[in-house]
Design a protein around this ligand. Structure first.
Ligand code: F6P
Length: 564
């Protein structure tokens, strides 16, 4: 396609016939099926089909996914696949993968899959093959990472850098921070990493309180390089550096202690970072889909280029599966459609992601942006309002901690909360011998929770245990609470890449069925604009026109408390 050829527009893909989702016959058939499904219990589904666990398990790459504890039958899955077909999910997927501008409101391609494509791939954006650029930047990142890891990247005073501080927020923070945590055993433990995101100055303070300016390197990560939190923190970091090294250190110190990751070379240069120390990415990479771009620079320093590439290969493996597997054996399709089923027909408001791995402590927070910023929308791709539930609230923390906090509600509360349980068969490679036995206990809890949530404990079973009659209702577990179990051999870079790509594509499938644009984020703008207007009122007491009475009173009270 030449640069002048009009780009294919895909606004009609998701609503090919213009029929809203809830008026489609496939939706009506699911609704009737839901009525018939009624209170069908997982106990019955398993009793009726001894092969259910085998039939509803799929292995892809290093992931073994058991979705048998979901409230579905063959008929449900067939009807959901028909819905995916009618709403053009595969057509939109293909449009995304070939670089069409499916992000309509920003007129952009959505090509995070190009970030992990092999060198031999050809992926065109506006007629231009982006794969060579992706690999050129990866090579620059690798050269830089190797220098820091070899301790040959020297600071202004000639000392090697030993602390890397990533400054970024949202997609420019959550991905690298999550993956760094997840892959800790695979990192260079002689280097220290900090991830600063919050405009609350305490975040930066804690990252620097025990740091030596001569050994500290800042990676300022911002797609736009205009995000107020990141720019404010980067300026404060620059002040900290220069006050530590002496103002006269000036631009030489900035060049040796600051690198940038951005799409915006002009703003990077204005900040004072040498654009030779800038690692670029492109506007066809959404912030929340960017950690396998140069946004992962800090992570690459931690892991080393080889491990980083293993992670990219893991992503690519899942991309290939998503692109080629038939819908009924396609993991992102399956997991996405299960969410459509629960949101549309069980009134599920939220989805819990519960990794049984302490290293995965930031995984759900990462998924919150991925899922909620992508699918927290209430208009269709053409601007008409939706009349159905879209993205759920995504939440969760690592097991077993959550079991002693909110699992009570999951087991016996009135809310319907589908959950993903994620675990790894082998413990971390460098776990001391003495701690290895704890891994079986951890995983026993994962399996037990899936079992308890699905099958519960009937009042008859409870009574048969000799529980006094008045306590029986309190100690009964209704069960029938759906979970999907994702089990992998070990949490390594490849498996993490596969997992993240799985969730990326799951979110895509849901957005396509719901006919929303999963790739813009206008909903975060208003708060940013208002904060800019309110700040002078806090600092200088200036009048903010049209401030509502509640906010105006809060501003006055804040100023009183600050003695202003
Ligand atoms: O919060 C909105 C948002 O634009 C996210 O989508 C993005 O990941 C984050 O801000 C950070 O943006 P940037 O990388 O441009 O600083």
């Amino acid at each position: 396609m030449s640069a002048s050829t009009p780009l294919p527009r895909t606004e009609d893909v998701g609503s090919r016939s213009g029929i809203p989702l809830d008026r489609r016959e496939e939706w009506a058939r699911l609704s009737e099926h839901r009525d018939r499904f009624g209170a069908t219990h997982l106990r019955g589904l398993f009793a009726d089909d001894p092969a259910r666990a085998d039939r509803y398990t799929l292995g892809v790459g290093g992931l073994h996914v058991d979705y048998s504890k979901n409230l579905v039958t063959d008929e449900t899955l067939r009807l959901l696949a028909e819905l995916a077909d009618a709403t053009g999910v595969a057509t939109l997927r293909d449009a995304m993968l070939r670089g069409d501008h499916i992000n309509l409101t920003e007129d952009r391609a959505v090509l995070h899959t190009a970030l992990r494509a092999p060198r031999s791939a050809v992926i065109r954006e506006n007629g231009h093959d982006v794969v060579p650029e992706v690999h050129r930047v990866l090579e620059r990142m690798a050269a830089f990472a190797e220098r820091v890891r070899a301790r040959t990247w020297l600071g202004h005073t000639g000392k090697p850098v030993t602390r890397v501080v990533n400054i970024g927020i949202g997609g420019s923070d959550l991905g690298p921070a999550m993956a760094y945590e997840a892959l800790r055993p695979h990192t260079d433990r002689g280097l220290e990493f900090r991830f600063v995101s919050n405009v609350d100055g305490t975040d930066l303070h804690e990252a620097l309180v025990d740091a030596d300016p001569g050994r500290t390197l800042f990676v300022v990560a911002s797609k736009t390089f205009t995000t107020i939190e990141t720019v404010t923190n980067a300026e404060a970091a620059r002040d900290w550096l220069l006050s530590g090294l002496g103002e006269e250190a000036g631009s030489d110190a900035i060049a040796k202690h600051f690198v940038a990751v951005s799409t915006n070379a002009d703003e990077v240069a204005k900040f004072g970072i040498d654009t030779a120390n800038m690692f670029e990415f492109w506007d066809w990479v959404g912030g929340r889909y960017s950690y396998d771009s140069a946004i992962g620079l800090s992570l690459m320093v931690a892991l080393g280029p080889e491990r980083f590439r293993e992670m990219l290969a893991g992503f690519h493996l899942m991309d290939t599966h998503f692109a080629t597997a038939p819908a009924e054996r396609n993991l992102p399709f399956l997991l996405g459609l299960l969410g459509v089923w629960y949101g549309g027909f069980f009134d599920a408001q939220s989805h819990a992601v519960l990794p049984y791995s302490h290293y995965m402590s930031k995984f759900t927070a990462y998924l919150q942006q991925l899922d909620m910023e992508s699918n927290g929308k209430s208009v269709q791709r053409d601007g008409r309002p939706v009349n159905w539930q879209t993205g759920p609230v995504v939440w969760g923390t690592p097991g077993t901690n959550g079991q002693h906090a909110y699992f009570q509600l999951l087991h016996q509360g009135t809310r319907f909360v589908p959950a993903d349980l994620i675990g790894f068969a082998r413990p971390a490679p460098d776990l001391p011998e003495g701690l290895v036995p704890q891994h079986d206990l951890l995983m026993a809890n994962l399996f037990a929770q899936g079992q308890a949530l699905a099958f519960g404990r009937t009042s008859a079973e409870v009574a048969a245990e000799g529980v006094p009659a008045d306590l029986v209702p309190h100690r009964t577990f209704p069960g029938n609470r759906p979970t999907t179990t994702i089990l992998a051999g070990q949490l390594d870079p490849s498996v993490l890449g596969q997992l993240v790509a799985l969730y990326e594509h799951k979110v895509f499938v849901q957005g396509a069925v719901w006919n929303i644009n999963s790739f813009d984020q206008w909903g975060v703008q208003l708060g940013k604009v208002l904060a800019k207007r309110v700040e002078p009122a806090l600092t200088e007491g200036t009048e903010v026109p049209d401030l509502d009475p509640s906010t105006a009173a809060l501003v006055r009270h804040y100023r009183d408390l600050r003695g202003r």
